[in-house]
Design a protein around this ligand. Structure first.
Ligand code: AQP
Length: 334
């Protein structure tokens, strides 16, 4: 039997969370928490597919929990935990390594992007990362997964794995086919320095992103330096699409204002980019800085953050172990 609706999503503790993580995913986590059962995971096992300094990893894991809470996630409503503390993730991932096909993984564009030209030297973990992601979701039989557009392909793979498992082990409907929940207006926040690249924690330039912990001064500087255009803002989307950095700024402005792009273009047409930059800076300072302040406060209380993770892991383990027990039976593991 397919479960009732259940939401699962994860965030890697690979550094400061940024505006892309917030607008593309975490803001949606908070909305979903109001109506549905939700599980939000700090995916530390995904983070180590690329080398992480162990001390930094611990710090970033706690800071990600602090960021979850500061943006509005409530540990009494949603299950919040870190992936490595529930070992069933790794066990199901191994089973899925045996269900998933090499040909499927070879098509994953994120591996190609992250491994770059140095594919031979990438970790095996980075290559099979999507199988672990499928395990994260299906371990809880989650039905809905709020993510940014960059994760759409991995979600499709999770559906393929679920379908193949159900067919191979003759158990139709055992795993649900999880649906991605991707926000329509701003599914991908782009880098402030290069509008063709997504805003990312691992971008070398801090000027490429707005971090949730940035101070008002940093936000002012970053938006001022953000690439835009020298001509006035055009009055139509087609012309804007030729300037991805400018379009990105208008998209961010629209999203934070909870407006729509057509309205923004009408409001901004003919104005200089400095006009939208000033307005965007004000909006970002009022939306982001209170969250950053709260994160800074929360990270001082490590005991509390560890307690949140421990309690969340206890709740997650109960669901995970029951589902894994059924998986083991289906596969024929004694
Ligand atoms: N630029 C983005 N626009 C919209 N959504 C985004 N997400 C990430 N970047 C953007 C969404 O945030 C959630 C958590 O992402 P993650 O940290 O687990 O992994 P990521 O997608 O690999 O994010 P980064 O910032 O690019 O991290 P690094 O640099 O470490 O790889 C996901 O739902 C993601 O879609």
């Amino acid at each position: 039997m397919i479960n009732k609706k259940l939401v699962f999503s994860g965030v890697q503790p690979t550094g400061n969370l940024h505006l892309g993580n917030y607008l593309g995913a975490i803001k949606n986590f908070v909305l979903l928490q109001k109506e549905l059962n939700c599980i939000y995971c700090v995916v530390d096992l995904h983070a180590i597919t690329v080398f992480q300094n162990p001390k930094e990893l611990m710090k970033n894991t706690l800071e990600t929990v602090a960021s979850f809470i500061a943006t509005g996630l409530d540990p009494n409503k949603s299950i919040i935990f870190n992936q490595s503390s529930v070992s069933a993730h790794s066990e199901l991932a191994w089973i899925f390594n045996c269900v998933s096909r090499v040909g499927w993984l070879n098509r994953m564009t994120q591996f190609k992007d992250k491994a770059g030209s140095n594919k031979e030297k990438a970790s095996v973990g980075l290559y099979i990362y999507p199988n672990l992601m499928a395990a994260d979701i299906l371990l809880y039989k989650a039905t809905h997964v709020p993510v940014g557009a960059d994760q759409k392909q991995h979600l499709e793979l999770a559906r393929d794995i679920a379908q193949k498992f159900n067919k191979d082990f003759n158990c139709e409907d055992f795993f649900p086919l999880p649906e991605p929940l991707i926000l329509k207006n701003i599914s991908r926040v782009m880098s402030l320095r290069d509008g063709t690249k997504k805003m990312s924690k691992s971008d070398e330039s801090d000027y490429s992103r707005i971090n949730l912990k940035d101070s008002p001064d940093e936000i002012i500087k970053k938006i001022k330096k953000a690439k835009s255009g020298s001509e006035p803002i055009p009055d139509n989307l087609k012309s804007l699409e030729e300037k991805p950095e400018a379009l990105n700024l208008l998209n961010i402005y629209t999203e934070v204002l909870k407006s729509n792009l057509e309205k923004t273009i009408n409001e901004m047409a003919g104005k200089e980019y400095s006009f939208v930059k000033n307005k965007l800076t004000e909006l970002l300072i009022s939306e982001i800085c209170p969250i950053g302040k709260e994160i800074k406060k929360l990270i001082n209380d490590e005991t509390h953050l560890r307690e949140v993770l421990n309690k969340g892991a206890e709740k997650a383990r109960i669901i995970a172990e029951e589902n894994l027990k059924n998986v083991r039976e289906k596969v024929g593991l004694i």
